[in-house]
Design a binder for this molecule. Structure first.
Ligand code: LRH
Length: 511
């Protein structure tokens, strides 16, 4: 059989990449043809994305993908996945009529607080959408846009979430995709269309949205928007709606067993802890635990809690001139952090008076309890977008009577241990609410290379962590294209075939 060549466009908040995937003899090989930095840009106290800049990089990447094809080969398809929640407002002709804010823009605070403080409305919105109030939700962003610029309801006729918008540029077709739609807090949790009560509550014009399409939907041929689109290699290239949400793609890439006992952890800037299910997790306890019922591209549920993630570490590093500049320096930093005993990530001399008035030696708590008390509360909203992450961490520690770590290695230790505990707390909640017993944690993303974080997660949860050297979102993106092209039967078949090629490291719990 002839190989299939597919391009995955994967846009993240801090970097983007275009990867050429080759599927031959039931094996997927990846070639990164273009990688570029991405960053929000601030002006006048607000944060925005450079959408035309990203489009330019996407085009550069697609040209590079064509250049990397073997002679005479054609590109079968292209798929786009991006970070969640952000969107482009356009008119019918596809012209951008409002700048795209970045989700960390503080503009959503007021609408979010309003919802959280209106208990009956909050319960109703959670029952309707299965999505808790998180500062970045598209719902709050759209509510703020409509409230601050009322004329927008005349100007805009369509709301395309980021993958939808890039799909439109590539194919000329406007469509909303199901997985990205489920990140908005506007989708009906009991169906696969928009929730009228949620649209009404957030005052989002229903005409801006169309019934979401599932993964595998073919949007059409790649338009001749690229100078190389006249290239014979691009004549029959299909633009395929893959799960537009990068986290969904990352979950699809993991070699989960069919027994439902796997926890998925996509660990990067965010730690996304979840599992796959045929039903949503709803109700007061799920809401209190901030369970988001995201959806797969196939329509199943992916109950998930977003833990602050390595954003804590990325932010803290900015405050240290001694931050690592290459892999060797990173390894040295992790090694130094690993040498610090866990509880003593805080200055051991002072940790005693830190723990609820008791001294460390006299305290009769379990080791786990002791750790929890000296670890960061990673759910603190102050960590969302502080001017200085180190200052935000120090402020929480001070408020709780705890001393700040002495050096960068101390912060690394504290952050990794605290995230491990954060992951474990979420898993415990999932077990309680779903009645399942989880047996393994499957981990992908930048954090899966962080041995300290993997071990801390295993120790805190008591479960083995299987960490995979895997470009999660890209592999899931390509897998969904291959399924749509009928090169692979379904996701279970892809996972089984791909598992054989995956390198994994297993971290057994030590405490
Ligand atoms: C991670 C992610 C996550 C959230 C956030 C806004 O890239 O997609 O799942 O949706 O970005």
């Amino acid at each position: 059989a002839k190989p299939f060549y597919c391009a995955a466009i994967d846009l993240g908040a801090t970097s983007g990449r275009v990867i050429l995937g080759t599927w031959a003899k039931n094996r997927l090989t990846l070639r990164e043809v273009h990688r570029f930095p991405n960053a929000l840009r601030s002006a006048g106290g607000h944060d925005y994305w450079d959408i035309p800049g990203l489009w330019q990089e996407v085009q550069t990447g697609l040209r590079a993908a064509v250049a990397a094809l073997p002679k005479g080969a054609t590109l079968a398809s292209v798929g786009v996945d991006t970070w969640g929640v952000d969107y482009v407002l356009t008119n019918d002709a596809g012209r951008i009529v409002f700048p795209t804010h970045a989700y960390r823009d503080a503009r959503t605070q007021a609408p979010m607080e309003h919802l959280k403080n209106t208990r009956a409305a909050y319960d109703r919105i959670y029952a309707a959408t299965g999505i808790p109030a998180v500062f970045y939700n598209s719902s709050f962003q759209l509510a703020e846009t409509v409230a601050s610029c009322p004329a927008i309801t005349d100007l805009a006729t369509r709301c395309l979430f980021l993958p939808d918008y890039f799909n439109f540029l590539l194919s000329g077709q406007m469509a909303n995709g199901l997985s990205i739609a489920s990140t908005t807090q506007l989708l009906d949790v009991n169906g696969d269309d928009w929730s009228r009560p949620a649209l009404d509550y957030f005052r989002v014009p229903p005409v801006w949205l169309t019934k979401p399409v599932r993964s595998g939907h073919k949007l059409g041929r790649l338009r001749t928007v690229l100078s190389s689109a006249k290239d014979p290699a691009l004549q029959d290239t299909q633009v395929i709606a893959v799960p537009g949400h990068d986290t969904t793609c990352a979950y699809d890439a993991m070699p989960a067993a069919a027994d439902g006992a796997d926890i998925f952890l996509s660990s990067g800037t965010w730690s996304l802890v979840g599992f796959e299910s045929n039903q949503p997790l709803l109700g007061a306890e799920a809401l209190a635990a901030r369970v988001a019922n995201d959806r797969t591209g196939r329509g199943e549920y992916r109950p998930l809690v977003n833990v602050i993630g390595l954003w804590l570490l990325e932010g803290t590093l900015k405050d240290f001139a001694s931050r690592p500049k290459n892999d060797r320096e990173w390894a040295a930093l992790i090694k130094a952090a690993a040498k610090i005993p866990s509880v003593a990530a805080l200055d051991p001399a002072s940790a005693g008076d830190n723990v609820a008035g008791a001294t460390l030696s006299s305290r009769r708590g379990t080791q786990a309890q002791l750790r929890k008390d000296t670890l960061l509360d990673v759910t603190d909203p102050a960590f969302a977008n502080p001017p200085s992450m180190k200052a935000a961490i120090d402020a929480q520690l001070k408020r709780r009577g705890l001393k700040a770590p002495r050096d960068l290695a101390g912060y690394v230790r504290l952050i990794c241990d605290s995230l491990g505990r954060g992951h474990a707390d979420v898993i415990k909640t999932f077990e309680k609410l779903s009645g399942r017993t989880f047996k393994r944690i499957l981990m992908v993303g930048g954090g899966s290379k962080n041995t300290l974080l993997c071990q801390a997660t295993a120790d805190a949860s008591g479960l083995p962590v299987h960490s995979f050297a895997l470009e999660g979102s890209v592999v899931g993106n390509l897998a969904n294209q291959l399924i749509a092209l009928k090169a692979v039967k379904n996701l279970a078949a892809f996972r089984a075939l791909h598992a054989a090629d995956l390198k994994q490291t297993i971290y057994q719990p030590k405490v």
